[in-house]
Design a protein around this ligand. Structure first.
Ligand code: ADP
Length: 241
């Protein structure tokens, strides 16, 4: 895990961030010129510190996913800056940004996004393949992470042979296998029942040690589990604390 630069106590920081979709930006997410542009985020500033389990709350369409994608450097803002470990993600080339993300960010999605033909262990090891880590280390590290999430007896199971809660724990293990400084999760309990959701939330709380964990959700159970909540409405922060 990288040391957080002394100039900032945040793992990730958004400063006056605006994200518009469509209109004249012509970007990948543009939905064509006919439609009016959508301002998904409008002057958002927030941060997540090491050891923090942070919630992003707000109704559907308030901008939670958009902000989470920006924090994870999966996207760049239209205006303003997002700094990950003190680096402005937009100042990097696509390749540099991918490398920064691979080394420092883990991402968990609502629908798990596991590869169905691979075992739990192989799914967890995938980010290490991208990092060029050797096979033996990958296998050992993936087994270690699956043990950490309580699935050491499921190493060779494929996703289809696991419950939704178990699949999400595999996805958390995969997101942690590179020992990231930032873990982001978009509606991680959205597909789970209350009990399975609770297990995943406890796990996310446990791993918010010297890293930051940011969960976007409109679910009270998920938001209630976090230490601090940034609430969004219509793309603006309406409360932080
Ligand atoms: P939330 O996660 O809180 O539901 P989102 O960040 O998904 O909110 O969306 C915020 C706003 O941006 C919504 O009005 C949504 O319709 C719009 N939006 C999100 N993604 C896109 C996109 N790729 N293209 C155009 N508009 C989008």
């Amino acid at each position: 895990m990288a040391t957080v630069p002394e100039s900032t106590d945040a793992v990730v920081r958004a400063v006056d961030v605006t994200r518009r979709y469509g209109g004249s930006d012509g970007g990948l997410f543009s939905r064509g010129g006919e439609r009016a542009p959508v301002t998904a985020l409008d002057g958002v500033s927030m941060h997540a510190a090491p050891g923090e389990f942070l919630g992003l709350s707000g109704p559907s369409g308030s901008g939670k996913s958009t902000l989470l994608h920006l924090l994870a450097t999966l996207d760049t803002p239209t205006d303003g800056t997002v700094e990950l470990l003190g680096t402005d993600a937009a100042s990097l080339s696509d390749r540099q940004r991918t490398s920064l993300r691979l080394d420092h960010v883990g991402v968990v999605f609502q629908r798990f996004h596991l590869l169905p033909t691979l075992s739990a262990r192989a799914n967890v090891a995938l980010p290490l393949v991208e990092q060029g880590v050797g096979k033996r280390t990958r296998r050992d590290r993936a087994a270690e992470l699956l043990e950490q999430v309580g699935l050491d007896d499921r190493l060779d199971h494929r996703p289809g042979e696991l419950s939704g809660g178990e699949q999400q724990r595999v996805a958390v293990a995969r997101a942690l296998v590179t020992d990231p400084d930032l873990l982001v999760a978009d509606e991680p309990t959205g597909e789970l029942d209350t009990d399975a959701g609770e297990v995943v939330l406890e796990l996310l709380d446990d791993v918010a040690t010297d890293r930051a964990v940011v969960v976007a959700s409109h679910d009270e159970q998920a938001i209630g589990a976090t230490d601090r909540v940034v609430e969004l409405r219509d793309g603006r922060v309406v409360s932080d604390g």
